[in-house]
Design a protein around this ligand. Structure first.
Ligand code: NAD
Length: 414
């Protein structure tokens, strides 16, 4: 994954004609912190974990990025994802940099008491490097609003009342209206703009979605509300299709009860992996990374791919999709609705003033639409694909901010 991010970065850096030294400065994380976490768990066993926080860049503002609790968590993984956050926040022009971190633990096998202890020990050791004006964590894989509440509580013990130290908190503890569905809403808004550019509307399209968790289900619901026909959905339990369009509210209820789409009576079952090559106008990967590969990219039927998941397309597959004239909306633009509303949450915390849902959605719409238009402008100006254009836009914004803080003028970015 680290190499994928570097590949896309370098492709854009080639367009900008960046020197090796500027590439190195922009690619290298500013700081990487590793901490040891040892607990005696509820069963009386001694447990050892490692916590990570990689802070990539803060030229445009405090660093921002999720915390993953997963046994596979390591420094390389955190580095790749931290860089991606820097480019993502720059594309949507929110005043943050990028960071990522986590702990190599498996919350599914831990009691709440042990999880709370591990989280609090992580914060105790990271409290000097995170903070409302330095680095603001958020939920990611296997972390949630409850864990964010513990982080806020622990950090506030040392630094005083600090809701802005973390986003993704529950609504009743300084969270934001609209955060839950923000990434899915961003996906819907970007797709709306793409369709406008192609002279189409939601009523004209069929959609296939991989993943029916937070991002997949909210994207499906909001696209269906606009008149789009969701003809196939797949998750870890299998796939379900209906050429007339799936009843998304009914599917949401089913999944809440059965923990997956499998068995849903409103459609026909299929092998989940077939979703990538499903007969539909739009494909939305909203689950895992590296699912569109060299092996299936030539079989993709959709003419628009909206990357709601992080890094769902390998670089080799990306090249094949582009050769076939498929429009790919890159992850750093398509799924940036989440970090945008995280920024709104932070803003509300700093101001100690809550926004109503309408305001959150209105500001999100403005931000996503503007970001899409800016990426399209760069794509047109440089005659490049949308992913490379998004990276060019982000590198320009971060690079210019970074250089403006120094006395170095000789290597100003184009
Ligand atoms: P989630 O845990 O709520 O949902 C994940 C979904 O993926 C589930 O429906 C699960 O069944 C499905 N899935 C798991 N394994 C699968 C498999 N082998 N085949 C098909 N489906 C499978 O996660 P989420 O928050 O919806 O995040 C989904 C993706 O979007 C991730 O890549 C995440 O990094 C990215 N993302 C999420 C947000 C956010 O705000 N939640 C923001 C930006 C990016």
């Amino acid at each position: 994954m680290l190499s994928d991010t570097h590949y896309y970065f370098n492709k854009a850096a080639d367009v900008l004609g960046l020197s090796e030294i500027v590439r190195k400065i922009l690619l290298t994380p500013q700081r990487s912190v590793k901490v040891e976490i040892v607990i005696e768990n509820c069963a009386g066993e001694l447990k050892y974990y490692t916590g990570y926080r990689v802070q990539h860049n803060n030229a445009r503002g405090p660093m921002k990025g999720g915390l993953r609790f997963h046994p596979s968590m390591n420094e390389d993984h955190a580095s790749a994802l931290a860089g991606l956050m820097t480019w993502k926040t720059a594309v949507v022009d929110v005043p943050f940099g990028g960071a990522k971190g986590g702990i190599d633990c498996d919350p599914h096998t831990m009691s709440d008491k042990d999880l709370s202890l591990v989280t609090r020990l992580f914060v105790e050791q990271m409290k000097d490097v995170i903070g409302p004006t330095t680095d603001i964590p958020a939920p990611d894989m296997n972390t949630n609003a409850k864990i964010m509440s513990w982080i806020m509580d622990e950090y506030s013990k040392y630094e005083g009342f600090s809701p802005a130290v973390v986003t993704g908190k529950p609504l009743h503890l300084f969270g934001s209206e609209g955060r839950e569905e923000a990434t899915g809403r961003g996906v819907m808004l970007i797709l709306r703009e793409v369709l406008k550019d192609q002279g189409k509307s939601f009523a004209d399209i069929t959609v296939a979605i991989q993943g029916f968790g937070n991002v997949g289900s909210n994207s499906a619901r909001l696209i269906a509300e606009q008149g789009g026909r969701i003809v196939a959905v797949a998750d870890h339990t299998g796939g379900i299709s209906n050429t007339d369009g799936l009843d998304i509210p009914a599917l949401c209820k089913w999944v809440a009860k059965h923990d997956g789409v499998s068995g849903f009576p409103g459609g026909s079952a299929f092998e989940g992996d077939d979703i990538i090559t499903w007969e539909a106008d739009v494909l939305i990967p909203a689950a895992l990374q590296d699912v569109i590969t060299e092996k299936n990219a030539t079989e993709v039927k959709a003419s628009i791919v909206v990357e709601a998941a992080n890094a769902p397309t390998t670089p080799a597959a990306d090249t094949l999709l582009l050769q076939r004239g498929i429009t790919v909306i890159p992850d750093i633009l398509a799924n940036a609705g989440g970090v945008t509303v995280s920024y709104f949450e932070w803003t509300q915390n700093i101001q100690q003033f809550s926004w109503e849902l309408d305001r959150v959605n209105h500001e999100l719409e403005k931000t996503m639409t503007k970001a899409y238009r800016s990426v399209c402008e760069v794509a047109k100006e440089k005659n490049i694909d949308l992913r490379t254009a998004a990276f060019v836009l982000a590198i320009r914004r971060v690079g210019r901010a970074a250089l403006a803080r120094t006395h170095i003028e000789s290597v100003l970015l184009p």
